[in-house]
Design a protein around this ligand. Structure first.
Ligand code: ZN
Length: 242
């Protein structure tokens, strides 16, 4: 599996179709993922699972996250689990002196992580991987409000058919997917989809960005009646740093 490139979205065209069939999972019963297959056992037995409710963060004096995304987007797909935009290599972030390159970003409705008990209607995950095989995910929450121009461009481009990958010829301006305030929470977690692999560095921005109620409703419609959000998992003594 090209796990490090596909992350929360395993059924993109890179994955063999039979694989997706043999390991069928859905958002109807996320508490059952660990029973589907031995490969998914971490979904049940893992002690560092995502998402979480981010509370009682410890002051680790994290510096604002320097993120500048300029890379060209390659394609957009609704893979049946999420709407995902695959990008060309070129945008890096540094975490623990390790370089992580942006591979793709995708959406969850409702949001997966919570912040101090607050849940949000939509969350975007920017998925990065390192040459050493590490994963770092930046999460950004959406609040209902003004129309988000980046989301508008994305919603216009989503292919009508599931698993139809459409090339993006015009670059998307990602600036309205990132809050102005670059303060964030950090914790150690997992993939939020099977196989729920742990060791993922989670960076969740403190401030939300806006999406209009109509845009949020569009994502809800595309992603189906059960949404695509795994419930929050127990912290098991993990420390959240801010
Ligand atoms: Zn995700």
């Amino acid at each position: 599996m090209k796990l490090k490139y596909t992350f929360c979205a395993l059924a993109i065209s890179a994955a063999p179709f039979s694989w997706a069939h043999d390991h069928h999972w859905s958002y109807e019963s996320p508490d059952q993922w660990g029973e589907i297959n031995a490969d998914f056992a971490t979904c049940k037995n893992g002690q560092n699972q995502s998402p979480i409710d981010i509370r009682s963060a410890v002051n680790g004096q994290l510096q604002p996250l320097a993120v500048k995304y300029n890379a060209k987007q390659k394609s957009i797909v609704n893979n049946g689990h999420t709407v995902q935009i695959n990008v060309q290599d070129g945008d890096d972030i540094k975490v623990d002196d390790e370089t992580f390159t942006l591979r793709q970003f995708h959406f969850h409705t409702p949001a997966e992580n919570m912040i101090n008990g607050e849940s949000f209607p939509l969350e975007v995950h920017f998925v990065h991987s390192s040459a050493q095989g590490g994963l770092a995910v930046m999460g950004v929450m959406f609040k209902p409000g003004a129309v988000n121009p980046t989301l508008e461009a994305i919603l216009r481009s989503v292919p009508a058919k599931v698993n139809e990958e459409k090339r993006l010829n015009k670059p998307l301006d990602l600036s309205s997917l990132k809050p102005v305030n670059k303060q964030y929470y950090r914790y150690s977690g997992s993939l939020t989809t099977p196989p729920c692999t742990e060791g993922v560095r989670w960076l969740v921005m403190k401030d939300a960005v806006y999406a209009s109620p109509a845009q949020i409703a569009s994502f809800e419609k595309i992603l189906g009646e059960h949404g695509n959000s795994r419930p929050v998992q127990t912290l098991n003594g993990r420390v959240i740093v801010e």
